[in-house]
Design a protein around this ligand. Structure first.
Ligand code: S3P
Length: 186
């Protein structure tokens, strides 16, 4: 039998869905490490805004795929919380790796909520949403979500609607209980 490898918990979902804040809370509650693929890109390569604006989205996606591949090869990539960039699910090779890496949680959220959350945050690593008006930004979010929604849904072992539950502690508890109660047998 293969050596038991404790699985990672991976957070997927749109920009502004709360992957980093929920991920950090989960890591704190479970007393395990937290990794963010966007942060890995920025420490190992360059700021996301520079990569996308200067070299283009395709170039950024290649780096994103590389970082994910490296993560999958590292022996210590286990028993961690991994937050991912919203578009990491676009490539089939990435979706395969994510499945191998662990249990996947989709943080589902409405476009209007994304818009209002992003208003309150720095937008520097989200050049794909750069817009001249709030209406334009909302339609960009809606269009991006249309392309991705089925991909998020197909990958997810668990879906958490973060429009309905807003409290970080409550979300973290829900995720931990779900996997603890053996709803997932991998
Ligand atoms: C992106 C999401 C961003 C970042 C980049 C592209 C996307 O990460 O990877 O700007 O395509 O949705 P967050 O989802 O952490 O904001």
């Amino acid at each position: 039998m293969d050596e038991f490898k404790p699985k990672n918990l991976i957070l997927i979902g749109m920009m502004g869905s709360g992957k980093s804040s929920i991920g950090m809370k989960l890591a704190q509650d479970l007393e395990i490490d937290f990794i963010d693929t966007d942060q890995l890109i920025e420490t190992q390569y360059d700021l996301i805004i520079n990569l996308i604006n200067e070299k283009g989205e395709e170039f950024f996606r290649n780096i994103e795929s590389q970082v994910l591949q490296d993560l999958n090869q590292e022996k210590f990539s286990q028993n961690k919380i991994i937050a991912t960039g919203g578009g990491i699910i676009l490539r089939e090779q990435n979706r395969k790796i994510l499945k191998e890496l662990g249990l996947i949680i989709w943080l589902k959220v409405k476009p209007e909520t994304i818009l209002s959350r992003l208003k309150k945050q720095e937008n520097e690593n989200r050049p794909l949403l750069k817009s001249n008006s709030e209406d334009e930004k909302l339609s960009k979010i809606i269009n991006i979500l249309k392309v991705r929604e089925n991909l998020y849904a197909d990958l997810a072992d668990l879906v958490i609607d973060t429009d309905k539950i807003k409290n970080l502690a409550e979300i973290s508890e829900k995720i931990i209980n779900y996997f603890k109660n053996g709803n997932f047998t991998q």
